[in-house]
Design a protein around this ligand. Structure first.
Ligand SMILES: Nc1nc2c(ncn2[C@@H]2O[C@H](COP(=O)(O)OP(=O)(O)OP(=O)(O)O)[C@@H](O)[C@H]2O)c(=O)[nH]1
Length: 505
């Protein structure tokens, strides 16, 4: 099993508390473990993730969250996310289309593997049979096996997308050549057969919209100069067709590049959208115009067939763009929902649910293999009611947000966590921390909060302070039990005069 790419501990060869992978397979469970691994490998090959990623991990800046909100609500004309989020979205799309891409390339490889069987049935002359068999088994099948491997292994890289496109353009040209040869042998093969490949790619592979355009442009660029290939058009016509199409291709690339520039001004965004639509319309118009001027001698693809292909690809392309846009909106809404479900909106800290999830996972991993100790601390602000009453609720909110920043700084080590449980109560999980260590750290924290000097004139010390109750967590101890022990300690600190901590265990 490959380690989780995002995980810092996965190379450690033990149960991993970061991504929660269970790496242990005990004695008699070896066979079951192997079967489970095989099952997981098959699932992951088919595009399903074998582990659940920790949710509630996404950190967004205020601007990013605002942009996501606009896209989710459909109130923004610009559908690209800020670059860091865009990368996350593209990875999500690639993950979710992995199964489709792999099926696509595998099916292509299988179809070409069976070519030797059906060319003999069709009664194709022996020499052509041999040529097709050699080309299929020696060229297309290895190429698509390699593309499958790259899709499985390097899905997250742009290279995987480029290779997929290059292989499919190559395959479409191959089909065209075979079709032409068949035509010469007296078989009539429907021209639109070669358009099936780009249609399948656009519909299934969920490539970026700009890549889809590029794919269509290259595809038509090759087909538009077909008379030139077969020596049936005049050379001038061929060269002119190539040049015009290459120029349009360059413009389409420019359009794709412009798409990446973040525009704030709605007028600029509108202008860019008009430019894109005009460019695409011009491209398709040129294609149709070229087909009308197709020389009579080229019977392999008449103007109507050509028109049909252009139309078919346009329709599929429109459907792909629409589905991509709606999946952007859904994804943005999903991310925001995850954030809301696992984050406290006032302080930005994880909320109780996220904290409990994290606690359960860390204690489960500890129970399995590690000898590390864990401390749960409950922190309650002192005389917070007085602060609210004397300075107002907004001041209270600001104080909570500042305390949250200090706590987030305090619990920075990889499996530590700070969270807001509710009201003026926070929780801390200190990983790999024994009782002695915890005492020193909690004393520091109590002092650090008093030294923030957040004014609270009617409190004992004139500033906002905190009380902390903590417990060393026993193996397999539930959150409820550990929390109760820590809360009892907190109660004792409150009764003893506040601004202090107490640790049980
Ligand atoms: N500003 C603000 N106040 C809050 C929020 N949540 C809870 N509070 C207030 O926190 C106060 C908690 O008061 P108490 O539970 O009496 O605790 P305390 O005044 O801190 O007293 P001790 O805990 O005994 O030191 C209440 O006045 C709540 O209104 C919040 O999100 N923002």
């Amino acid at each position: 099993m490959r380690p989780d790419a995002d995980c810092r501990d996965c190379s450690a060869g033990q149960n991993c508390c970061l991504c929660y992978r269970d790496k242990s397979v005990s004695g008699d469970l070896v066979l079951l473990g192997r079967l489970a691994r095989l099952h997981r490998a098959t699932l992951s090959l088919l595009g399903f993730k074998s582990t659940t990623r920790r949710i509630g991990e996404i950190e967004l800046t205020a601007e990013e969250a605002q942009k996501l909100g606009q896209i989710a609500a459909g109130s923004s004309r610009q559908y690209t996310f800020p670059s860091r989020i865009e990368r996350m979205f593209q990875n999500y799309v690639r993950e979710s289309s992995r199964a489709a891409r792999i099926s696509l390339v595998l099916m292509t490889a299988v179809v070409y593997l069976t070519i030797p069987l059906w060319v003999s049935v069709l009664g194709i002359p022996k020499q052509s049979q041999e040529l097709m068999t050699i080309a299929s088994l020696g060229l297309i099948v290895p190429l698509f096996a390699a593309v499958t491997f790259v899709q499985v292994r390097y899905l997250a890289s742009d290279f995987a997308e480029w290779l997929l496109i290059a292989a499919l353009v190559f395959e479409a040209v191959f089909v065209e050549i075979v079709r032409q040869q068949a035509e010469q042998l007296g078989y009539s093969v429907e021209p639109s057969i070669s358009v099936l490949v780009p249609v399948a790619v656009i519909a299934m592979a969920r490539l970026r919209v700009s890549l889809n355009f590029l794919f269509i442009a290259i595809y038509f660029l090759i087909l538009a100069s077909e008379p030139f290939w077969w020596g049936k058009g005049s050379e001038i016509d061929g060269v002119v067709a190539w040049t015009i199409n290459l120029m349009l291709l360059a413009l389409l690339l420019l359009g794709a590049f412009l798409q990446k520039i973040p525009l704030q001004n709605p007028r600029q965004v509108r202008l860019r959208n008009i430019f894109n639509v005009a460019l695409i319309a011009l491209y398709f118009w040129v294609l149709i115009y070229e087909a009308m001027r197709w020389p009579d001698e080229v019977r392999t693809r008449g103007p109507t067939g050509w028109l049909l292909e252009v139309l078919l690809l346009t329709i599929v392309m429109m459907a792909a763009i629409w589905s991509k846009l709606s999946s952007r909106r859904q994804w943005a809404a999903n991310v925001l929902l995850q954030l809301m479900a696992y984050r406290d909106s006032l302080t930005g800290l994880p909320n109780r649910r996220a904290f409990e999830d994290h606690y359960e996972r860390v204690t489960r991993a500890l129970a399995r293999s590690e000898k590390k100790q864990l401390v749960l601390a409950v922190l309650d602000l002192d005389h917070f009611k007085k602060l609210n009453d004397d300075y107002g609720h907004d001041y209270g909110d600001g104080a909570l947000a500042e305390i949250a920043l200090t706590l987030a700084q305090f619990a920075r080590r990889s499996l530590d966590m700070s969270a807001r449980l509710g009201g003026e109560e926070f929780a801390l999980l200190l990983y790999d921390c024994d009782a002695e260590n915890a005492r020193a750290r909690l004393a520091e924290l109590v002092q650090a909060i008093a030294e923030m000097k957040i004014e609270n004139r009617n409190a004992d010390r004139g500033v906002l302070t905190c009380s902390i109750g903590a417990a060393v967590v026993g193996p397999n101890e539930s959150f409820g039990t550990a929390y109760r022990t820590a809360d009892e300690m907190l109660y004792q600190v409150k009764n003893a005069g506040r601004n202090n901590f107490a640790l049980a265990g």
